[in-house]
Design a protein around this ligand. Sequence first.
Ligand code: SF4
Ligand code: SF4
Length: 231
Amino acid sequence: MIASERKPTEEILGYLEAEKKVFVVACDGCSAGCGVSDPEHTAEMVKELEANGKSVTGTARVEMTCNRGLTALVLTQHLADVDSADGILVLACGAGVQSVAAAVEKPVHPGTNSVYVGGFQGLWRSEPRCAECGNCMLDYTGGICPYTACSKSLLYGSCGGPKDGKCEVDDSVECGWMRIYERLAALGRADRLQEMPPLRNFQNMLPVGDKRRGSLWALELAEPEKAEGKD
Ligand code: SF4
Ligand code: SF4
């Protein structure tokens, strides 16, 4: 389970500023359960886009958008609508947005923030994809998460250490920031790196309010008491 909250409409419209035609992908998995991508809220999003002058070329529902193979398969059934769109808005967790970005050579925009619940990381299992940071920046990074693609989780650019495209920490993996740059350059959007979001509040990575229910969080809360000999 990855919990998601919808981004504010103004933020989503900002991502879509240069795009008139939008295709919407909505996940039927965790984010639908969180009330951000279920049919009712997807229809609301489509209405909001249209009310703000966007033309929605189509929508697709994917059972688990974090399943990259399934996402690609579903999108092949909407090829004409995807092709005619300037960009794709994804109502899914960060792993789902990355799955769509891997399947489509178009700008892909997150419509949600994945929030920390210390949970399961989706169905794209070859590597972790989303650290549930609470303020998804995939719009700026070409649909590749810097938290998980960079060995040091650097959020505002490379450490300067990659050699031949490989990470200085582990040369068996590609440098995440090289991947981000190459993806943005291929989309003609390398200028997006000049517009990175303001410095982030890492408090957003802590679970909030009613999300503090998992057993992992219960253990963490128990730690200070242990340290004080109260357990
Ligand atoms: S930026 Fe990365 S960690 Fe944050 S919500 Fe998006 S995919 Fe997840
Ligand atoms: S080489 Fe690239 S992936 Fe590795 S730590 Fe530096 S910026 Fe991150």
